[in-house]
Design a protein around this ligand. Structure first.
Ligand code: ZN
Ligand code: FE
Length: 256
């Protein structure tokens, strides 16, 4: 069997539609726009076996109608969200099995960005939509800080060598914020330099690894004294628990 290849199709301003592919068989994740996917399929002579979506936002599901009309395949998505075109709703602990690709992905519910957001983990890849970003995390549109922190901790507990495939290229601006939180984090400073170089050549910074996120992403580091101190500076008082640290950092980032 050919090796698994995971590559991005760019969409809109900064979205990545991930394609998991062996030879001419593939699945796509979060097709917010059908056109670039159809172009990819035709240019590469690929057959789509399934679509996976992480949450209901238009930049992730906008292509489902056109792709569904064109190709016959199951569309997997979150049980707890109403999404037109999803044929196979998934709950925490479910698996997506695509035998033709020897692909088996575990479903992890990660509420916070949206109430029903799910992530997929398998083949050493974490497809996390808008929950975990390179050096950042998604905005809390529907969930609470406690929910999102819980979700991020769920992802953070996965093996460190997992490759993190998020749905947006936000790493560079996230890094700027992370540096304001933890100016003395040496790994973060290295990352900032590496990211600037990649972006200067228009190369994706995604995937990262979970190990790298744990070392540099402030939203996975709310237990660190330096991050707690940053939260305290922002709040002007000592935060109570880790949820409050997380909420403070998230609120600070919203207006950074
Ligand atoms: Zn979103
Ligand atoms: Fe998005």
């Amino acid at each position: 069997m050919e090796p698994m290849n995971i590559s991005p199709i760019r969409a809109f301003r900064d979205n990545y539609i991930w394609v998991m592919r062996r030879g001419d068989l593939a699945v796509v994740v979060d097709p917010g726009d059908a056109q670039p996917v159809i172009r990819f399929v035709e240019e590469n002579g690929v057959r789509l076996l399934a679509v996976l979506v992480t949450h209901h936002h238009g930049d992730h599901v906008g292509g489902l109608d056109d792709l569904g009309a064109r190709y016959r395949m199951p569309v997997y998505g979150p049980w707890h969200e109403e999404i037109d075109g999803v044929t196979n709703p998934l709950r925490h602990g479910d698996f997506v099995d695509v035998p033709e690709l020897e692909l088996n992905l575990r479903v992890i519910e990660v509420p916070g960005h949206t109430r029903g957001h799910i992530a997929y983990y398998g083949a050493n890849a974490l497809l996390c939509g808008d929950t975990l970003f390179g050096c950042g995390c998604g905005r809390l549109f529907e969930g609470t800080p406690a929910m999102m922190l819980d979700s991020l901790q769920r992802l953070s507990a996965l093996p460190g060598d997992a490759n993190v495939y998020c749905a947006h290229e936000y790493t560079e601006s996230n890094c700027r914020f992370a540096l304001a939180v933890e100016p003395d984090n040496a790994r973060l400073r290295e990352r900032v330099a590496a990211v600037a170089q990649l972006r200067g050549s228009d190369i994706p910074t995604v995937p990262s690894t979970l190990e790298e996120e744990r070392a540099t992403n402030p939203f996975l580091r709310t237990e660190q004294p330096a991050v707690r101190r940053a939260a305290e500076r922002f709040l002007g008082r000592r935060p109570g628990d880790e949820v409050e640290v997380f909420a403070a950092i998230r609120a600070w980032k919203n207006n950074f």
